[in-house]
Ligand binder design. Structure first.
Ligand code: MSP
Length: 513
């Protein structure tokens, strides 16, 4: 049976991870967890992109061997993802032998098929961007924009991949697969880009200039250059016998940021695969960028880095994950601000959810000896809450299937707020004071209803805040199930469960020092 195979971009390890890197891995983790809960077999690959000029330069600056440098930075990325509870199945590093072997195998295959040729390359080269520039990149006064750093003219032999001869094939493929890129407007951008003739792709650098790369199997005086190395991780991470494993390939989704769609993922990668005789991926999911308040991109080179670790340490992994997923409409950009983070933390997590958990646990302890009673006769408030649950669940699933996680979370919190409103309406503290048997029955019903509704609410949050869901389950005496199946059905499965009081979720933060 084919598994649902999903990947992230592999991060450059020439600096430390930042919010943008963290967001993408959390996003893919939410998708992977959602699919697993929906019953799919999932394979989730992430990793690090470790070759290239910048890494070579960073290592030299520190006076250490490149391998030692990437070992340290890659470990930093991986530690962050572990801390963020990113449930990857494998972590690929492009310096691993298993990756280098596949890159060489694919290069040799393309070379043998006549898809790669040697020619002289002449051009203006930006070391900072690790790319040759085009005439159209120049400013009107003939100089180069600052983002390119120092630009030098270089003439050297290199190897080229026959990209141009596959242009018509790619256009046909995109037209035949309208859902290849999500969101759809990006597919139109790619087709627009393909109206201009493609240049063949220069895929090598002379080793004397760039040591830190994978040598070409047919000419060891050269190493592969950026994309021919990095993109191949998606297959080298799942390599079987002479190709990517059939139960995984083609990948269901490569999830990437908007900056690396055109041309690498939308043009080079499908063509590389097709030319080598492999199927292209099923789809690309393209997310937007986190922007700083000023509207500037966060980037390592300008030194404007928001360190995600700070928020994780202060507020916990789930609060951080919740914020990222709640605030970003997948595909669009989003502005990052600490105020927004605090307001989400306080109003949604501490107030709405945290209070609900406290009330449910405390009232059951006070009025029912800490054991969830059986629900008796139900009235309109119970029926309304249950009807809202059913709508919430169906909508949230539909929204998650369409990657609209921010809206799914919004719906989930409408439901959580409704449970709090339900408690206000039933006022169990008043019912408890009444000697009327009907009120006592209603008290039992209200305690059972709030516990069941809370269980369902946190079940829906599981892909985004998995540790919180587990904690609330444990407090409710509920065993988690690996799949949702009937976990999302309103029932009476908590009847008789013994609650564990004292759970503190999302405490008020200490003032920042
Ligand atoms: N190494 C390449 C990708 C190779 S994939 C075969 C690369 N690395 S990166 O470290 O620069 O970026 C990794 C991912 O993080 C990319 O998908 C990129 O779009 C994403 N982000 C980097 N900064 C970002 C934000 N500020 N916001 C959201 N995501 C951004 O590109």
């Amino acid at each position: 049976m084919k598994s649902f195979y999903i990947t992230t971009a592999i991060d450059y390890v020439n600096g430390s991870p930042h919010l943008g890197h963290a967001y993408e891995k959390v996003l893919v983790d939410v998708i992977a967890r959602f699919r697993r809960l929906m019953g799919d077999k999932v394979f989730f690959l992430t990793g690090t992109d470790e070759h290239g000029q910048k890494v070579q330069m960073s290592a030299r600056k520190r006076g250490i061997p490149a391998q030692q440098f990437v070992d340290a930075t890659a470990a930093e990325f991986r530690a962050l993802y572990d801390r963020l509870h990113v449930s990857y199945d494998d972590f690929i590093r492009t310096t691993e032998e298993r990756h280098q072997r596949v890159v060489r195998e694919i290069l040799q295959r393309l070379f043998d098929k006549g898809e790669i040729y040697r020619a002289e390359y002449r051009g203006f080269y930006s070391t900072r961007q690790e790319q040759f520039l085009l005439e159209k990149d120049r400013l009107p006064d003939g100089s180069w924009p600052e983002i390119f750093g120092e630009v030098t003219e270089i003439i050297e032999p290199n190897y080229f991949f026959k990209l141009r001869s596959y242009q018509d094939w790619l256009v046909g493929h995109l037209k035949a697969h309208e859902d290849f890129i999500f969101p759809r407007f990006r597919q139109k951008q790619v087709l627009e880009f393909l109206k201009e003739p493609l240049n063949d792709l220069c895929i090598s650098r002379p080793r004397e200039r760039l040591e830190w790369g994978i040598p070409l199997p047919f000419d060891e005086a050269f190493v592969t250059y950026v994309w021919f190395d990095a993109l191949v991780n998606y297959v080298s991470g799942v390599w079987g016998d002479g190709g990517p494993r059939a139960e995984l390939w083609p990948a269901d989704f490569h999830v990437i940021g908007k900056d690396i769609l055109v041309p690498p993922h939308a043009v080079y990668w499908p063509i590389m695969l097709h030319a080598a005789g492999y199927e292209p991926p099923q789809a690309l999911l393209v997310h937007g960028w986190w922007l700083l308040k000023s509207g500037q991109k966060m980037s390592k080179s300008t030194g404007e880095v928001v360190n995600p670790l700070d928020l994780i340490e202060r507020f916990g992994t789930d609060a951080f994950r919740y914020f990222l997923v709640r605030e970003m409409n997948v595909g669009q950009d989003s502005e990052f601000s600490l105020e927004l983070f605090l307001s989400r933390y306080n109003s949604d997590l501490a107030n709405d959810l945290g209070n609900l958990v406290n009330r449910t646990l405390n009232m059951s302890a006070r009025y029912a000896g800490g054991v969830v009673p059986a629900a008796g006769t139900v009235g309109d408030p119970e029926r309304e809450l249950q009807a809202l649950w059913e709508r919430t669940r169906d909508e949230a699933i539909r929204l998650c299937e369409g990657f609209q996680f921010h809206s799914a979370l919004e719906r989930a919190f409408v439901f959580i707020k409704a449970i709090n409103a339900y408690i206000e309406k039933r006022a169990p503290w008043k019912l408890a004071k009444s000697a009327d048997p009907a009120d006592q029955a209603l008290l039992q019903t209200s305690l059972a209803t709030m516990a069941e509704a809370l269980r369902l609410g946190v079940t829906l949050l599981a892909p985004v805040t998995p540790a919180t869901t587990e904690k609330v389950y444990a407090a409710l005496g509920h065993q988690s199930a690996p799949q949702w199946q009937d976990e999302l059905r309103w029932g009476e499965r908590l009847t008789g469960a013994r609650l564990q009081p004292g759970l503190v979720l999302f405490p008020r933060p200490e003032p920042a020092t």
